[in-house]
Design a protein around this ligand. Sequence first.
Ligand code: APR
Length: 261
Amino acid sequence: MPTGGSDPVREAARLLAERRNAVVLTGAGISVESGIPSFRGSQGMWAKYDPMEYATLHAFMQSPRKVWEMLSEMVSVCGGAAPNAAHASLAALEEMGVVRAVITQNVDGLHQAAGSRRVIEYHGSMEELICVHCWKRYLTRERWTPGAVPLCDCDEILKPNVVLFGEPIPWLAQEVAEEEARTCGVLMVIGTSAQVSPACDIPRLAKDAGAAVVEINPEPTSLTASVTDIHLRGSASGVLRLLLKELSLDDETPSSESSGH
Ligand code: APR
C-alpha cells in the first residue's frame, strides 16, 4: 500500500470512493477547533490536572468533590462548544454513503450535533450523569449548575456517564466498535494520540482484518510508523475539507458506463 505517494489526499479519496464503507475513530484533536482542549501536550487538560488524581474511578470514589473541580471545567467547556467544519465534513461523508459509522473517544456530543447519525460513544457522554450508588441517571443540563456538585435523589454525588481511568468501556460500545472495525474497508483515525487502550487497539484490529488505515493528525503518533497506510498531516478540518472536495469531484465525474461511451 503506498504510504501517501505523490498525492496522499487523492490516494485516500480514491480508497474511500472505491470501498465506500469507511469507519472513523476520533479523538480530542477533532474538537480542538471547537475550543475544547485536548488531553496531552502542553495545552492539554492533563497538563493542568494530574489524571491519576482527577480522572480515575478510584479518585472519584475517594474525593468526588475534588474530581468535580476538573469535571466542572469539562462540563462547561463541552456545554459551550459547537461542532466545527471537521465534524460537519464527517456528517457529509456519511450522507454521501462514504462513511458508515463514527467511533468517538470524545464525550462532547459534537458529532451528533453536526448531524452524524451513527456515532458510537466509546468513552460515554458528558450529557448524562449517573449515580454510582443507585445507578439512577439524569441529564447533565437538568442537574448540574456551575460551581455546585450535583447530587442524586439518594443524596450521593453524581458522576458524568464518562469512562474514567480504571473503568471498563461500556460493553455494547466495545462490541459494536470492534465489529465495525473488523468489517470496514477503510479506517480513518482522526485527532487521537492513540495512547489509551483499548481504543488505540481499534486501528490494528481493522488493519488485521484487511482495512486500509488513513490517519489525519498534524503530528505523527504511535500508529503512524506501524499501522497507518496514509498519514494526512494537517488539521482535521483542513484535511477533511480537501478529502470532501476530492470525493465530491469524484461523485460528479460521470463514469464511462453512465456517459454511454
Ligand atoms: N486536528 C487533528 N488532530 C489534532 C488537532 C487538529 N486540529 N489538534 C491536535 N490534534 C492531535 C494531536 O496531535 C494529538 O495527537 O490530536 C491528538 C490529541 O491527543 P490526546 O490529547 O492524547 O487525546 P486522545 O487521543 O483523544 O485521548 C484519548 O485519553 O485522556 C483520555 O479519555 C481520554 O478520550 C481520551 C483518551
